[in-house]
Design a protein around this ligand. Structure first.
Ligand code: 3PY
Length: 251
């Protein structure tokens, strides 16, 4: 059975002390009340090593929000997949629309990042999703398929075991607008279908497909009843322990 996952994406929030305190609070809440799903928190690079020290890794996984498309060398300001791994993190988010839009990350760049993350033993939460204009033009399936084909569909079935997909419609990120549970389910089902076409049905059935984009405790229960939605990638609502726990408790 594929994994149910709730993953937090802190984005560029929380200084080091605040981040460690939040991670401790989440860890304590989940040690006291064990989740029915895998839980991961993805933090800015500077938090990773300190947060790794306060998490019980059997209950809360840890991830970065990005990694470099180069292995090492003269790339001022970059953080490699190997460096991420050395902090104790097990996951990395790649392909978030904010990285694609604000930092020019193309399918080719993401493909390099995917290879390096896998080579360094990281699991990847790979994001895809369409803009409002693309949805209005009914191009959402085409866009999502191209994003996956451009960066991850070349992977072997063995490598694919380390891929978690996250469908994040761009029009629902940070806007307070959520896709309806039906819209989210429709796309997550389509994603599973194209994974089956590219690999096979068994691989597709084992792939966790998350929904992201203004997912919160109030809408998670409905989203999580949908057969093709295996959890959430959570932005703002992962920054408060009670809100994040409310989503985890929806499983
Ligand atoms: C959001 O919920 O806004 C996200 O972008 C999660 O990655």
């Amino acid at each position: 059975m594929r994994k149910k996952i709730v993953a937090g994406n802190w984005k560029m929030n929380e200084n080091l002390q605040e981040g460690v305190a939040l991670a401790k609070e989440i860890n304590e809440a989940l040690v006291a009340d064990k989740p029915n799903c895998d839980v991961v928190i993805c933090t800015p690079f500077i938090h990773l090593a300190s947060v790794a020290n306060v998490l019980d890794s059997s209950i809360v996984g840890l991830g970065a929000e990005n990694c470099a498309d180069k292995a090492s060398g003269a790339y001022t300001g970059e953080v490699s997949a190997a460096m991420v791994k050395s902090t104790g993190a097990q996951y990395v988010i790649l392909g978030h629309s904010e990285r694609r839009e604000y930092y020019g990350e193309t399918a080719e760049i993401l493909k390099e990042k995917v290879q390096l993350a896998l080579a360094n033993g990281l699991k990847i939460i790979f994001c895809c999703g369409e803009t409002l204009e693309e949805r209005e033009a009914e191009k959402q399936n085409e866009i999502v398929k191209a994003e996956l084909a451009g960066s991850v569909f070349h992977l072997s079935a063995e490598e694919w075991k380390n891929i978690i997909l996250a469908y994040e419609p761009i029009w629902a990120i940070g806007t307070g607008k959520t896709a309806t549970a039906e819209q989210a389910e429709e796309m997550c089902a389509y994603i599973r279908q194209i994974v089956a076409e590219n690999y096979n049905q068994e691989v597709a059935d084992e792939t966790s497909v998350l929904y992201g984009g203004s997912c919160k405790a109030s809408n998670a229960p409905e989203l999580f009843t949908k057969p093709n939605i295996d959890g959430g990638l959570i932005g703002g609502a992962s920054l408060k322990c009670a809100d994040f726990k409310g989503i985890i408790d929806a499983w």
